[in-house]
Design a protein around this ligand. Sequence first.
Ligand code: IPE
Ligand code: IPE
Ligand code: MG
Ligand code: MG
Ligand code: MG
Length: 289
Amino acid sequence: MFQTALAEAAKQAEACLIGAIDALPPGNVRDGMRWAATGGKRLRAFLVLESARLHGVQPDQALPAAAAIEAMHAYSLVHDDLPCMDDDDLRRGRPTVHVRWDEATGVLVGDALQSLSFDLVSQAGDADHPARRVRLISELAVAAGAGGMVLGQAQDIAAETAPAPLNLTEITTLQSNKTGALIRWSAMAGPVMAGADPNPMQSYATALGLAFQIADDILDVTGDSAKMGKKLGKDSGAGKATFVSLLGLDGARKRADDLIDEAEAALAPYGDEGERLRQAARFVVSRET
Ligand code: IPE
Ligand code: IPE
Ligand code: MG
Ligand code: MG
Ligand code: MG
């Protein structure tokens, strides 16, 4: 049930996103955007569409928000892979944008994907409720910016050269910004578009986002690079403190499992209707890609 919903969300979000990119003027930037926007699990798009469904938002009003968050996420990955950041040459099983084209193209493709994300999200939700629309847009700006994802990326880079490795509290804060902020926005998009209480989805996504990043850290050690489509072993190579370096593999797995219990508990108000999101939470920690 969840796998089908995820595949369907992926198909729809990708069609919307690629359609928007194809409408842009031709050139390397557009080609690089299409390259970077292709593939991936589309978990964030799924969270947008599923939280929208749970709150009675029309699918055609939710779809631009799903495409928007995937554009934002794709931008974050293009810049994350740049030589001045993680210096990675493989993403989603293909050469990264700066390797396929060049570094300047990588910077510009990221910039343009971020702009496209705001263009798309401005079309999401109900046009008859402009205040809800503005809130959705402004929360995306906050989640992606210097108090959210960008802050987490800056903390991550700073941690590489910090005199002492980060402790568990510091890592948790870093990850809540780096990975958590966009995941939280995705899950809150449904209630925000519906003008409903976003608190249950916020609690769900806070636990889910952290579990997701713990799984990313575990997979960096135990994963199969061919399946993941990216280089692994990067964190220990960079001497980074991660959930695995701090808790050990078993400790990290246990922490992730506890977070999944927390995420599932947060869905109580939705009863049986929350089942797909419960399955999504279990997927996040059992995934191999
Ligand atoms: C990878 O995100 C980067 C992190 C935030 C840990 P995903 O694992 O969601 O990447 P894709 O979109 O499936 O490629
Ligand atoms: C990337 O985190 C997070 C963002 C792009 C915001 P990582 O650097 O751990 O992601 P991977 O492991 O390269 O996918
Ligand atoms: Mg990184
Ligand atoms: Mg990286
Ligand atoms: Mg990683």
